[in-house]
Design a protein around this ligand. Structure first.
Ligand SMILES: *[C@@H]1O[C@H](CO)[C@@H](O)[C@H](O)[C@H]1NC(C)=O
Length: 377
């Protein structure tokens, strides 16, 4: 809860090696005096309320290897002099109000040690992924919301990149060859772009475990995208069609979000092979058939959304076994019969069961027994 401006006099601590003021309420500008701390190896001022420009004198901090200024209100351009920081491996300027683009020339030879860069969510207009980042052995690249356009780029050292976030941009093409090249990619977020591609033709990097492609214009069927090593898959809000593929034993999926597509067919019984499943959302599709009783075997499932489909039959009693369930929705299907009575199913609000054919029992009104109906009640 420290507030006020960062004291100028900190710049006199000539032997200071680490200055971490993260997550306070410091305001005012970054004191230029800090730039004379030639032994500083980490400067983390992220998550404060700092304003003004990043001082060009930052080039004097020869030892700095970690520079985190994210989540402030810094304005102006990213100073070219940052390229002079020979020891910098982690640069994080995300979530500020920085403007302009990033000139290639000073960076082409600069930043020889850089491994991780995060410039996401500023007012930058980069247009394309800067070519100097594509020629390095970077392991982490975060350029979300940087006004990137056109085709996804090629990285010349595709076997170093492990984490990539290019979401909230305007990419339209090139995803298939891009993913096929990225041998070492483990986590990729390319959500909320304008990418039109056939998911059934995508060849995924061998090691990838998390893929977020929600809110694009993907089409085709899911057959290839749910590979054995995937832990988190979000392809919601696309135009994917076809059926949900069979799941094999040993699959590692924890989060599966297929919401708002055009998927049809049944929920395969083999869904029970997803022993680690924590969250599944298949809402807003055209899925038919019954809810497989095998869903009841999930010990860690806490989010189940089957709403707005064409499911028929009963809600299986086996779901009473999913003790970790915190959110469930069966809304707007064609389900019928008594809602299994007991926790966690009867603690959800009535809306979770609304707009079905004939569901009854708590939290909805009680079922009318045949006997009572016969007796005219
Ligand atoms: C960059 O800094 C922001 C603010 O502290 C943080 O939320 C974000 O996770 C950081 N990015 C990376 C790649 O660590």
């Amino acid at each position: 809860m420290l507030s006020g401006s960062i004291p100028d006099s900190l710049g006199q601590l000539q032997n200071l090696a680490y200055l971490v003021l993260t997550r306070n309420q410091f305001s005012g500008q970054i004191p230029v005096s800090l730039c004379s701390l030639v032994r500083l190896s980490e400067l983390s001022l992220d998550q404060n309320r700092l304003v003004g420009r990043i001082p060009a004198q930052i080039r004097n901090m020869k030892s700095v290897s970690v520079l985190r200024l994210g989540f402030n209100k810094l304005t102006g351009q990213i100073p070219e002099s940052i390229a002079a920081l020979h020891n910098l491996w982690n640069l994080n300027l995300s979530r500020n109000l920085l403007t302009g683009s990033l000139p290639d020339a000073p960076f082409a030879k600069g930043l020889p040690s850089i491994l991780s860069i995060d410039l996401s969510y500023n007012d930058l207009d980069l247009g394309a992924v800067p070519s100097w980042t594509r020629n390095r052995q970077l392991s982490d690249v975060h350029l979300a919301g940087c006004k990137l356009r056109g085709a996804l780029p090629n990285f010349s050292k595709p076997d170093s990149l492990a984490t990539l976030d290019l979401s909230d941009n305007y990419f339209t093409t090139g995803i298939s060859s891009f993913l096929a090249n990225m041998a070492s990619l483990r986590t990729a977020k390319i959500s909320n772009n304008l990418i039109k591609a056939d998911v059934s033709k995508m060849r995924l990097p061998g090691q990838i475990s998390a893929l977020d492609l929600h809110s694009n214009r993907l089409f085709g069927s899911l057959s290839r995208i749910l590979s054995r090593y995937m832990e988190v898959v979000d392809v919601s809000n696309n135009q994917i069609s076809g059926r949900i593929p069979e799941f094999s034993v040993g699959m590692k999926l924890k989060v599966l979000n297929l919401a708002s597509n055009k998927i049809s067919g049944h929920i395969p019984d083999s869904v029970s092979n997803l022993a680690k499943l924590e969250k599944i959302d298949i809402s807003r599709n055209q899925i038919t058939g019954t809810i497989p009783a095998s869903l009841g075997t999930f010990l860690q499932l806490h989010w189940l959304d089957l709403s707005i489909n064409r499911l028929t039959g009963r809600i299986p009693d086996s779901l009473l076994g999913v003790k970790a369930l915190r959110h469930a929705s069966f809304r707007a299907n064609r389900l019928c019969g008594k809602i299994p009575q007991g926790k966690p199913l009867n603690i959800f609000p009535p809306i979770a069961y609304a707009h079905n054919l004939c569901l009854c029992g708590k939290p909805l009104p009680p079922c009318k027994s045949k006997m009572k109906r016969k007796m005219g009640q």
